[in-house]
Design a protein around this ligand. Sequence first.
Ligand code: SAM
Length: 282
Amino acid sequence: MELWYIEEQTENIRFSVKVKRHFYTETSDFQQIDFFESYELGKFFSLDGIIMLTEKDEFVYHEMITHVALATNPSIKNVLVIGGGDGGTVRELTRYPHIEKIDMVEIDEMVVRTCKQFLPLTASKLDDERVTIYHEDGLKYIQGVRDAYDLIIVDSTDPIGPGEGLFTLLFYENCFKALKEDGILVNQHESPYYEKQAIEMRRAHQKIKKLFPISKVFQAHIPTYESGHWLFGFASKKYHPIDDFNKEKWESFKLKTKYYNPDLHLGCFALPTYVKEMLESC
Ligand code: SAM
């Protein structure tokens, strides 16, 4: 008998993966958590029936959500990650020895615990001495934080369930205040392809654009996310991701990456016409 994981990406589109086993299922205070072992994608986990990461393609998401900002301002020292309980974003950040402090605000302690147990390579740096984990709602945590971070990375779930508040104007306003005067905000920005996610993507951009003097969007190919075409937001008070791109300094760190590279840094901001039109009409 064959066992298939089936994800409803829209009402009319399903994505399926043949799995060897479904080895963990639990409902936390916030969401349903499931872990699977597959034939082609390695282990993967879903929250409320949506894939968060697979061992096969998580490097794309985690490298892109991290290195674009660090290559734009290589002096970043204090970082806040909101969400990101699997640890992949923290793992990439810890590769920079000059980063002094990484605060991670993950609402669901059970995500961190299970990822440490079942995805040890992704969660490998959550115990780094520079990392402090707060199990709190990111929306609440950031209220009242002022001028504290060089970089905020919003590594959240979609804007339904616990992630909803992380797509609001109030949240982005608080991120703006929590950033230092040259701070950068990077957020997972949904997919432009199917209407359901494209609406959320445009809403998020509309709000961020109002607040930050520099607000750009970049893309990556993440095969196991809806449509595979994924966007990230880059918003900043000072640094422009292309004009201020510091290729030489980033190369001097000698990090071995599997997806991100300096050519792609420039290329990922070149967007398809239909996406540009969506963003311009926001
Ligand atoms: N790469 C992923 C994606 O886009 O599919 C995101 C991964 S990460 C696992 C997302 C995390 O955000 C989840 O563990 C979830 O618990 C956390 N999260 C959702 N809403 C949150 C909130 N309001 N505050 C803090 N963390 C939140």
